[in-house]
Design a protein around this ligand. Structure first.
Ligand code: GUN
Ligand code: ZN
Length: 433
């Protein structure tokens, strides 16, 4: 098998940076060599010391090579309703989202959107993501089949929803159990696919369906769990009406055994003290979705409070409530959400969150999220001078931290010069570029 060496400036994190000066938290090589064989990184070091005999060398200087971005929460079936004009969450769901997702009963539609969805991920430098499909099993087949074709590590699952939505989107407790079970058997561990049991949220699941989800989680500890929690005031009130015996919103999922280290909870904005305690105790992950939270006016994610209470966190686009596939745009909006609360997020912490941090949230830090021997060669190459505005600004940037901050504040898919998935070029080989 041939060896490829990527030459460029390399940045990869060892752990969460505690501040701008925490240089021990990352590896930075000014002129680095990333050696790749059979889809994995086999060596990493200074280019001057690399064994380049027989290798194909691709020179990305002066660009930065990072681990590919990981998006911890998005809906592939909402790719075509991003930027829909709605007041708030429940109106947006009823007016646009539940209409759009019904189209995924058609295999041809699901297949076509899956192709566009993965093209969008790659264009924006995202090499792995955790996605909701629709309630139709064929939407899940389209999602994983296309991921497998591209050799991408993707997590996803069929949405379970049996009430408070159009009939064309509703399953029932038994069919959602049977379909999810069959999909886990078909897709979990096939290629790089991993399954997420996906009850949409408390409003769209009856207690009977929650019981079905409980059984699935108990029977499939290998699978992830994803749902939405505490996003919007009206959503919280309605959830409490539907589950009056629960002490709070988190208590609903707690009661049905859905919390744990493999559980990803989108939003987590309006949690009380008991709820943060339960999330910390169970090791569940609170997923920050800044562009979505701003777009739908849902509220401000309190990162500091969650971290201080020992809650694991991650960051995501939440397409199509979110407004961009770009993790750079997401980091920028996240920075602003935290600014509004007097919390500053330094650029090293931002890029850590979008790479190793999200890999750790998935428990996949031995596989993705860092550039190191033995890890998958899922990489993004970033150009901080990709646009005239970025070039103008970069004339005045002196440090790596400044460069990262320019990338996150001014960058988007144009700043993604190249992407590698399991060692293969993925962006420059997309059609139409
Ligand atoms: N809560 C339940 N479903 C959804 C969804 O599709 N998007 C968002 N943002 N919140 C939800
Ligand atoms: Zn969501």
């Amino acid at each position: 098998m041939s060896r490829t060496i990527l030459r460029g400036r390399v940045l990869s994190f060892h752990r969460a940076p505690q501040g701008l000066d925490d240089a021990d938290s990352y590896l930075y090589l000014e002129d680095g060599a990333v050696s790749i064989e059979d889809g994995s990184v086999v060596a990493l070091g200074d280019f001057s010391a690399a064994d380049i005999s027989g290798a194909v060398v691709i020179d990305h200087r002066p660009n930065l090579i990072l681990p590919g971005f990981i998006d911890l929460h998005l809906h592939y079936v909402q790719s075509q309703i991003t930027a829909a004009y709605a007041g708030s969450l429940l109106e947006w769901l009823n007016t646009y989202t539940f209409i759009e997702e019904q189209k995924f009963s058609q295999q041809g539609h699901a297949d076509a959107v899956a192709v566009d969805f993965y093209d969008a991920l790659i264009r924006h430098g995202t090499t792995s993501a955790v996605a909701y499909c629709s309630s139709h099993p064929r939407s899940v087949d389209a999602f994983f089949a296309e991921a497998q074709r591209r050799n991408m590590l993707m997590v996803g699952g069929k949405v379970m929803m049996d009430r408070n939505a159009p009939a064309g989107l509703c399953d029932d407790a038994q069919s959602s159990y049977d379909d999810s079970k069959a999909l886990i058997a078909r897709w979990h561990g096939r290629g790089r696919g991993l399954y997420a049991i996906s009850p949409r949220f408390a409003i769209t699941s009856t207690p009977a369906q929650m019981e079905a989800a409980r059984a699935l989680v108990a029977e499939h500890p290998e699978a992830y769990v994803q749902t939405h929690l505490s996003e919007n005031d009206a959503e919280i009130s309605y959830s409490m009406e539907l589950y009056p015996e629960a002490p709070d919103y988190t208590g609903i999922y707690e009661h049905y055994g859905l919390l744990g280290r493999k559980t990803l909870l989108g939003h987590c904005i309006h949690l009380n003290h008991r709820e943060t305690g339960i999330l910390a105790e169970t090791g569940s992950v609170a997923v920050f979705c800044p562009t979505s939270n701003l777009f739908l006016g849902s509220g401000l994610f309190d990162r500091e409070r969650l971290l201080n209470n020992g809650v694991r966190i991650g960051i995501a686009t939440d397409i199509g409530g979110g407004t961009s596939f770009s993790m750079l745009r997401t980091l920028d909006e996240g920075y602003k959400v935290l600014q509004l609360q007097g919390q500053r997020l330094n650029p090293f912490a931002s890029f850590h969150m979008a790479t190793l941090g999200n890999a750790e949230a998935l428990g996949l830090e031995r596989t993705i999220g860092a550039i190191a021997p033995g890890r998958a060669a899922d990489l993004v190459v970033l150009d901080a001078r990709a646009t005239p505005t970025m070039r103008m600004r970069m004339a005045n940037a002196e440090t790596l931290a400044e460069e990262l901050f320019v990338l996150q504040t001014l960058g988007d898919d144009r700043a993604v010069a190249e992407v590698y998935v399991a060692g293969a070029r993925a962006k420059s080989t997309l059609g139409g570029l």
